[in-house]
Design a protein around this ligand. Structure first.
Ligand SMILES: NC(=O)c1ccc[n+]([C@@H]2O[C@H](COP(=O)([O-])OP(=O)(O)OC[C@H]3O[C@@H](n4cnc5c(N)ncnc54)[C@H](OP(=O)(O)O)[C@@H]3O)[C@@H](O)[C@H]2O)c1
Length: 287
């Protein structure tokens, strides 16, 4: 049996669909049982556990051949990242107590970076879970193409998308969440020893400019990218309600300056199958 956290979200849901399609038994780990009901109807075992509840997670992971661990995104962490430290300790104690056969943790590109930034949350969790005795894979995908869902309204209504990824002709390692989930489902069914890292991006790197031209093709209207000046980011993010925008700003700097990169660079990453156009087409249809 495969225990899947984050199953009501993008990646976790698709991981579960991949496993069910291979006739594998799935335990849906949800924080709200009502949201898990569709998974029960698909034949999944349903258990309730918050990512910060060690007792509930222990029950959720017990008896699992493999567990897929997804920590929900936190775009506005405390300066000392204490939320990630707490989650890491909770996950470690639950996994140690439940002793599943193997673990696949959804991490990120750049988890090995030494400069503090938003992705440091995954660095912290990788370090703590890396101490576990059972086999663990850290799956490190690039920037999700689905982040473009935030741009659909401005592309459609104004024909202008604000870009924090700069310069707008710089290729960025991106990947479709369906590719992330497909690879995660494959990894969950493999056997290996110790700690390993799997890095994953799409077929080719994507520039912000290409996102605009692809939207233009799909929407049948002109769309352009407009870089947001770096010196305005802090006040802009604060005006949007962020208390501590520095980690997010440093993450964007990391992508723009190139120090958020795969450990094995472009040559060392696995490649997905799904391109930007297919992802944007789906996002437009779902809007
Ligand atoms: N966006 C990117 O470019 C990118 C790139 C690399 C890695 N990542 C990583 O990918 C992960 C996000 O994956 P995603 O996009 O699939 O997430 P998502 O669609 O935002 O879904 C988040 C999932 O987490 C669950 N969740 C939220 N709070 C929870 C809690 N307190 N306890 C237990 N479950 C909780 C949600 O359940 P509910 O339905 O109950 O809310 C949902 O199932 C993050 O760790 C992020 O850092 C993202």
């Amino acid at each position: 049996m495969f225990a899947i956290t984050g199953i009501t979200g993008k990646v976790g849901g698709e991981v579960a669909r991949n496993l069910l399609a291979s006739n594998q038994p799935v335990r849906a780990v949800v924080r709200d049982l009502r949201k898990g009901e569709p998974w029960a109807q698909l034949g999944c075992d349903l258990v309730r556990a918050d990512i910060n509840d060690a007792g509930a997670l222990t029950s959720a992971f017990k008896g699992a051949e493999s567990v897929f661990v997804l920590v929900p995104p936190n775009f506005d962490p405390s300066p000392d990242f204490h939320e990630a430290r707490t989650t890491a300790a909770t996950l470690k104690s639950a996994i140690e107590a439940a002793r599943p056969g193997r673990v696949v943790y959804l991490s990120t590109i750049g988890a090995q970076a030494t400069q503090s930034n938003l992705l440091t949350q995954h660095t912290i969790i990788e370090q703590v879970l890396g101490e576990l005795s059972m086999p663990i894979t850290f799956l490190r995908p690039g920037w999700f193409m689905e982040n473009c869902s935030w741009d659909i309204a401005s592309a459609t209504n104004d024909g202008v998308i604000s870009s924090f990824l700069q310069p707008i002709d710089k290729p960025v390692p991106m990947v479709a969440t369906a590719d992330v989930a497909r690879v995660a489902a494959e990894l969950l069914q493999e056997t290996w020893n110790g700690r390993r890292v799997v890095e994953l991006e799409g077929l080719h790197r994507v520039t912000p400019h290409e996102i605009a031209t692809t939207f233009a093709d799909l929407l049948g209207r002109p769309v352009r990218m407009e870089p947001v000046p770096r010196e305005t980011w802090e006040s802009l993010f604060k005006s949007q309600g962020m208390k501590n925008p520095i980690p997010r700003i440093k993450m964007l700097d990391g992508f723009n300056e190139g120090w958020i990169e795969f450990e094995g660079d472009v040559a060392g990453s696995r490649k997905g199958k799904i391109g930007l156009q297919a992802v944007l087409q789906t996002l437009i249809e779902l809007r």
